[in-house]
Design a binder for this molecule. Structure first.
Ligand code: 5RP
Length: 247
């Protein structure tokens, strides 16, 4: 027997609420445990980071903290400004105390797939400038091996004129399927904050992610990959039972 539509809708919205609660849990936990007074904080992109900025702004107000924020995207910049936080950049603050960001998938070694929102390049730059890089995510991103949870593949930012040759080289060398990410309207490709395109590489099997990351970055036209290898120090997952899982 099939499930009545209204029951299905209810359970879908319960699942969405659960995921949102879990994002908030991880975000609040990270801000409470990783941010201290007089720090420079990297602000990631996506939907989970919204909760982190909410909490950061709350703490700054309540505890009168002196915090400077460096954004990883246009979205992050807007969030910082909307919350009345102090906005900076890597020219003024090339060294950050901590960066907090979401992820699309986190494996057992803290290797990440990022770039679901297309902001991977600036996210990787900011994370690389941070003494401490913390990932916040809901339980759906928690994975043993990349590809088990996130089915959309590894995002790769490319110079627009090179998207076809880069796609062909990646598919030939590493297998799988490479797709140009299109806008939801299908009117054209997604364009990043840097004016580039995004390829989504659906790989077929587990790989040595460090080697693959390096090899893809060597292809002319590739700006950055969404593979974050040996970068994250800590991951916080908001779990379904209301706990926070620390890795
Ligand atoms: C954007 C990202 C995001 O951090 C990632 O996609 C996770 O997003 P969300 O918090 O919405 O699940 O890498 O480029």
């Amino acid at each position: 027997r099939s499930c009545p539509t209204h029951v299905l809708r209810l359970s879908q919205s319960a699942a969405v609420n659960m995921a949102e609660e879990s994002k908030k849990l991880a975000a609040y936990f990270a801000v409470d445990n990783s941010v201290q007074n007089n720090q420079v904080v990297g602000v990631g992109s996506g939907s989970t980071i919204v909760y982190a900025v909410d909490r950061l702004a709350e703490r700054v107000r309540q505890e009168q903290l002196n915090i400077v924020c460096v954004p990883t995207s246009f979205q992050a910049r807007q969030l910082i400004l909307q919350h009345g936080l102090t906005l900076s950049d890597l020219e003024r603050h090339p060294e950050l105390d901590v960066a907090i960001d979401g992820a699309d998938e986190v494996d057992a070694e803290l290797t990440l797939i990022k770039g679901g929102g297309g902001c991977l390049t600036q996210e990787k730059i900011v994370a690389s400038c941070s003494k401490y890089f913390v990932v916040i995510a809901d339980y759906r991103k928690d994975s043993k091996a990349l590809g088990q949870q996130w089915k959309k593949g590894v995002p790769i930012e490319v110079i627009p004129m090179a998207y076809v040759p880069v796609s062909r080289m990646i598919a030939k060398r590493f297998g799988g399927e490479v797709n140009l990410r299109m806008a939801i309207s299908k009117a054209g490709p997604v364009v990043t904050d840097n004016g580039n395109f995004i390829l989504d590489w659906k790989f077929e099997h587990a790989q040595n992610w460090k080697e693959v990351n390096t090899a893809i970055k060597m292809i002319p036209g590739v700006v950055e990959t969404g593979l974050f290898v040996n970068m994250a120090e800590q991951a916080y997952f908001g779990m379904e039972d209301g706990s926070v899982k620390v890795r």
